[in-house]
Design a protein around this ligand. Structure first.
Ligand SMILES: Cc1ncc(C[n+]2csc(CCOP(=O)(O)OP(=O)(O)O)c2C)c(N)n1
Ligand code: SF4
Ligand SMILES: [Mg+2]
Length: 281
């Protein structure tokens, strides 16, 4: 039987496991925002599943009192998509880091975006590999000096929002862990959106790459007159890397693969196998 909570608060979705993140880690803000978002929606904890890969950020499901699946590095999306296809009645949220989604898991991100299965993705981007102690990730800036790039990173910086928009993702937004109220609203909208929702959450790693001060100064709300149905304008905003825009960049309603599969299941019930086989007699 579904477990419903009357007038839930964020605390009702918090597990008894104390987060093992470093003090001041940006992921605390993303956790608070997620708890707020799902309590605002009054989701039933036993009808909600949080799936992650591997990384500091991917410890997330342990800290929530929903169902959870702490999977394999880069594989949150295959698990989350399979789950939603098999159980379309559940709310499925995939979470993890920039390394998890844009490095080892990048191939899965591309195809998940194209399928438009109704799941919500929250990427905690600290522009670094936190768990493995500070190597560069695809979102590290060009020239960044780390233990793995002592002469400076020679690759270009990956642009998550521009990539999502180029893949025709049907809901694209960015939030900041130091603004959990705004991020919670985006997570709520992302879960409500029917389709693949991509939320890029700037979430600093004060231990290996302290970006709080820089992002506090740089983050800029999406202009009030921005039309979220205009993909070209959303792409122009996504290209502003010096001024990371936060808010909803793009939203489009279109059929989802999980809905299409359900319709196919219904159609298959009317399929006459005996009659079909006659063709080959
Ligand atoms: C198949 C595989 N390759 C590499 C690793 C090592 N590894 C664990 S977490 C990680 C990167 C973590 O970075 P990110 O996804 O950005 O998460 P963060 O720790 O920064 O939150 C790597 C390379 C692994 N666990 N499994
Ligand atoms: S190493 Fe960085 S990302 Fe990992 S818990 Fe510590 S502050 Fe957070
Ligand atoms: Mg990271």
């Amino acid at each position: 039987m579904t477990q419903t909570i009357i007038n839930p608060t964020p605390k009702d979705y918090k597990s008894t496991v104390k987060p093992t993140w470093c003090p001041g880690c940006g992921d605390f803000g993303v956790l608070n925002a997620t708890l707020r978002g799902i309590s605002g929606m009054k989701l039933a904890p036993d009808q909600t599943v949080v799936v992650s890969g591997i990384g500091c950020s991917s410890r997330f499901p342990h800290f929530m009192k929903t169902f959870g699946f702490h999977s394999v590095h880069g594989r949150a999306l295959p698990v989350a998509q399979g789950l939603k296809m098999a159980r379309p009645d559940l709310t499925v949220v995939a979470v993890g880091g920039d390394g998890d989604f844009f490095s080892i898991g990048a191939g899965h991100l591309v195809h998940a975006a194209l399928r438009n299965i109704d799941i919500t993705v929250v990427v905690m981007d600290n522009e670094i590999y936190g768990l493995t102690k500070g190597q560069t990730s695809p979102t590290s800036p060009h020239g960044h000096v780390t233990k793995s790039t002592p002469y400076g990173l020679m690759a270009s910086q990956f642009n998550p929002l521009l990539t999502a928009l180029s893949l025709n993702v049907s809901f694209v937004a960015r939030g900041y862990s130091a603004k959990p109220k705004e991020l919670a609203a985006l997570i709520e909208q992302g879960i409500q959106h029917k389709g693949f929702s991509f939320i890029h959450a700037l979430s600093p790693c004060p231990t290996f790459y302290h970006t709080f001060d820089a992002w506090d100064a740089a983050v800029t709300p999406v202009p009030e007159d921005h039309d979220p149905s205009d993909r070209a304008k959303a792409m122009a905003l996504a290209m502003e890397t010096e001024k990371p825009f936060i808010g909803l960049l793009y939203r489009e309603e279109r059929p989802t693969m999980d809905q299409a599969a359900q319709q196919l299941v219904e159609k298959a019930k009317e399929f006459d196998v005996e009659q079909y086989i006659q063709r080959f007699a």
